[in-house]
Design a protein around this ligand. Structure first.
Ligand SMILES: Nc1nc(=O)c2c([nH]1)NC[C@@H]1CN(c3ccc(C(=O)N[C@@H](CCC(=O)O)C(=O)O)cc3)C=[N+]21
Length: 208
């Protein structure tokens, strides 16, 4: 399991010529790092009398962030596994017509999963970005830079995950699925754009 590795070992594995983990897993990890950092900012806010009036909202953000961090952490290993399945499907035999039909079906199934998984990662990253913006706006101002970094990690994770979605999408033959996913990608990019802009504006005002 990638997530059980020591950070230094993980980095060595990542930098090695072995193809996994790749950009999909790293996008999920970026989102998880952002989420955990946002949760930290919440914990530095809840219980502080100076922020008494935002206690319940920040506590709710903390709990949601904790949940999404768990999901994204699971996606780090799941994404690598999903792309390994794609590569395994390409290696299936293609000697006979029935081999070819089975192989094609396996590729399409694996590709769909390897596309929907990072789409879910991007959706989770958007939620983390939105929480980081809120934590930056109303949370402990001593941790403003932490909230800003949380948002940047989520923004990177979102776009990274979407690159994985897009690179796989052209291999999906079902046009209805392609169109549906394209629309979801466009909606995520648009929402990210607005939140990322807010993040930079607030960070500029609060931090400089
Ligand atoms: N959900 C998702 N996660 C990904 O991580 C993901 C993805 N989708 N879509 C595409 C990119 C690209 N990527 C590669 C992984 C291994 C090789 C790789 O091992 N290539 C070897 C061949 C390996 C073989 O044939 O066994 C080579 O080019 O020499 C290449 C590319 C993962 N990606």
């Amino acid at each position: 399991m990638l997530m059980d590795m020591k950070v230094t070992d993980f980095l060595a594995e990542l930098g090695s010529s072995s193809p996994a983990p790749g950009g999909g897993s790293i996008s999920a990890l970026a989102g998880a790092l952002g989420g955990a950092l946002a949760a930290m900012v919440c914990r530095l806010t809840v219980g502080n009398d100076k922020y008494a009036e935002v206690q319940s909202e920040v506590a709710a953000i903390r709990d949601q962030a904790d949940q999404i961090v768990k999901e994204l952490a699971g996606c780090v290993d799941a994404d690598t596994e999903a792309f390994n399945q794609v590569m395994a499907a390409y290696k299936l035999p293609k000697a006979t017509e029935s081999d070819k039909a089975e192989r094609s079906k396996a590729i399409q199934q694996a590709m769909r999963h390897a596309t929907e998984l990072p789409l879910g990662v991007a959706t989770s990253c958007l939620k983390i970005l939105s929480m980081a913006v809120r934590a930056l706006a109303i949370g402990n101002s001593n941790a403003a830079s932490d909230a800003a970094v949380a948002g940047l990690m989520a923004h990177a994770g979102l776009h990274g995950a979407l690159y994985n979605v897009k690179i796989n999408l052209s291999s999906i033959k079902d046009q209805d699925i392609q169109k549906d996913i394209q629309a979801k990608v466009a909606a995520l990019v648009k929402e990210d754009e607005g939140l990322h802009k807010q993040l930079l504006e607030i960070a500029g005002k609060v931090i400089g």
